[in-house]
Write a protein that binds this ligand. Structure first.
Ligand SMILES: [Zn+2]
Ligand SMILES: [Zn+2]
Length: 174
């Protein structure tokens, strides 16, 4: 976990408000005390995080009960999600973590049915993962023929071919 800047905090709070407002529209949430989510503290994951896009942290020994607010320490969100182009995915990750906060600890069928209310295109999650690999890569292996790009941590030194057109890839610093 890293400390969010003032700007990051503002963006996180705006997403939280959007998500809670939308939760009010879902019948499945009406009878549950989800307004407790207003008290959840928000933070950011390390910039270098690659696999996790959000995480909820609890105090040791927290008891979980589905539909009961679990009072977590903090919900951490990937800082790269705070760029405007990822706003839709930011809100979805926030919503996903909020379901955890409401006592649904595991990704079981109850969790997934609440999650599916949001109507999210999972292709966006994959795009974000790809975006993170680009942000992190030291080199981009470029295909001079078809514009394909492959983010990598080391040089290809002329040893690799483009997956699609079999042209030798060229190294560029990222
Ligand atoms: Zn989860
Ligand atoms: Zn190619």
């Amino acid at each position: 976990m890293a400390r969010p800047s003032e700007t990051q905090t503002q963006l996180l709070l705006r997403s939280k408000a959007r998500v809670i407002n939308r939760m009010k529209e879902f019948d499945a949430w009406v009878s549950l005390p989800f307004l407790s989510l207003l008290s959840v503290e928000l933070g950011v994951l390390r910039k270098s995080a690659i696999r996790r896009h959000g995480a909820t942290r609890w105090k040791y020994g927290t008891n979980f009960s589905k539909g009961i607010f679990s009072n977590p320490d903090v919900v951490d969100i990937h800082p790269e999600l705070l760029n405007d182009q990822w706003r839709d995915y930011l809100d979805f990750v926030m919503y996903h973590e909020f379901i955890h906060c409401m006592g649904f600890k595991n990704h079981d069928s109850d969790f997934r049915s609440l999650e599916s209310l949001w109507g999210f295109d999972f292709g966006r999650a994959k795009q974000f993962s790809e975006h993170l690999s680009f942000v992190r890569a030291k080199y981009v292996w470029k295909c001079p023929n078809c514009e394909n790009k492959y983010p990598r941590s080391r040089r290809s030194n002329g040893r690799y071919l483009c997956r699609d057109c079999k042209t030798i890839l060229i190294d560029e610093e990222n």
